[in-house]
Design a protein around this ligand. Structure first.
Ligand code: ATP
Ligand code: MG
Length: 166
């Protein structure tokens, strides 16, 4: 089982220097014990990529907000930035493998495609809301693990071979 609040706190520490360099503040607002079933390393890869994107495509002196809440039987994580945003035309393609609005930004264009697949392997969904020049919110919804189910069998989630984070 994975506590997404703890996972995000860890990721914030990992990405602190990168954010600090561009004077971007990382903020977390989370319910307690947002537990999900799954592979902590793979889920870490998902949120590392999403928050890395948020930093990369944000303006200096801005903030990135991470919200974690319960919605019915799901845990919902929102990664919200006020960066460059994505136009409607591009929005339909950003989850495609290798697609980048601007390839000169570096990276491979695989982050979102991999994140989406990993979320789906955890029986969740990944949605992108964005407006050009306004900002982007990525919503990840994963089935909530109740503490009573803690011993639940997670063997149905297949392990993947290693994939690179950005
Ligand atoms: P990699 O993740 O492999 O290092 P990448 O970040 O370019 O490369 P993705 O994470 O798949 O690739 O994102 C694909 C594209 O979607 C980005 O190149 C960018 O154009 C757009 N994008 C992703 N996240 C954001 C965001 N938060 N704000 C604006 N554009 C974004
Ligand atoms: Mg990326």
């Amino acid at each position: 089982r994975v506590d997404l609040k703890e996972l995000l706190q860890e990721i914030m520490l990992n990405l602190w220097t990168k954010a600090e360099k561009r004077t971007i503040e990382l903020r977390l607002d989370s319910v307690d014990k947002p537990l999900v079933e799954g592979d902590a390393n793979r889920l870490k890869q998902v949120f590392l990529n999403l928050i890395d994107n948020a930093i990369k495509f944000s303006h200096e002196n801005s903030a990135i907000d991470l919200f974690v809440s319960f919605e019915g039987n799901n845990v919902v994580v929102q990664v919200h930035d006020t960066g460059i945003g994505i136009s409607e035309d591009h929005l339909v393609r950003v989850k495609d493998r290798f697609f980048q609005v601007d390839p000169l930004n570096g990276g491979t264009g695989l982050g979102l495609a991999i994140s989406q697949q990993l979320v789906e392997l955890h029986h969740g969904i990944l949605l992108i809301q964005s407006e050009l020049d306004v900002g982007t919110t990525i919503v990840v919804r994963l089935p909530r693990l109740l503490e009573a189910e803690e011993s639940a069998d997670s063997s149905e989630i297949p392990q993947l071979p290693g994939a690179e984070t950005s």
